[in-house]
Design a binder for this molecule. Sequence first.
Ligand code: AMP
Ligand code: MN
Ligand code: MN
Ligand code: MN
Length: 291
Amino acid sequence: MSFYNNNVITKYDLHSHTHYSDGHLSVAALIARAIEKQVDVLSITDHDSVQALEEAHDYIKSIGSEIQLINGVEISTKWHSFEIHVVGLNIARKNSDLLTLLAAQSQKREERAIEMGRRLAKQGFEEVYPHAKALAEQGQITRAHFAQVLLERGVANSMQGVFNKFLTRGNTGYVPSVWCSISEAVAAIKAAGGVAVLAHPGRYKMSNKWLRKLLDEFSGVGGEAIEVALPQQAPCERQFLGQLCKEYNLYGSQGSDFHYPMPWSDLGKNLYLPKDCQGVWHSWEQQGARQ
Ligand code: AMP
Ligand code: MN
Ligand code: MN
Ligand code: MN
């Protein structure tokens, strides 16, 4: 627990990745870091995967820590021309509807990765797929793995540079996605008893008009929260997203979207909701955290 204005406040970080997707840390290392950063409630939200969760519960028990783990997942969806990420929190991790959807998404990731490798090879970048696959190990393969391989080959001097040159729409290694729809993702999360959160709304490069259209649809199909607070945001964004929560009657969530430590972003860093924004954790007050 950390103390603020003499009140005990709980530190929530409800968005993080392990090496079961494109996070760089093992489950144990991620949890150890969260404890070091005094996070009280952590959600692991790997891309299209719940593989980390059993190991995470076991690890927390084995070290006797009081950190609370919220079962999570981050599902990639397709909406118009956008790739929208939907986070599911406090899900029953063995739910068959959810696992069926995740298996299909995983298959799509694999097929897309093979096609990305093919397209890159045609342009003279040989063997990128097998190397990316080796980096992903037993986890979900993502564009971040391709970016890492290409970065090591010196094709650009930053991850951002590699994405801009090779992995975004209109470039050699980009393969249009075939993810599930927002309503399919929300339905699977709800079938698993979880709450669906619209992830990082500020990152979709869409106008406010489109964002409102997205929120109409997201809340219309049963989405219940917006990710309002991230460690690094444009000024006023947090306030604006807090207002949208009120307007659409949605909970607010907060999370670092941790992949690896960065100077400006880390587990539990700079995460708080604007006043009057109701934390998404109130949605699971009744049933408590699922195992
Ligand atoms: P995927 O879900 O396979 O399309 O991969 C998307 C992942 O790549 C995101 O979750 C980020 O971790 C990472 N990513 C996407 N765009 C960028 C970027 N411009 N720079 C660095 N990482 C990125
Ligand atoms: Mn990622
Ligand atoms: Mn995301
Ligand atoms: Mn994420």
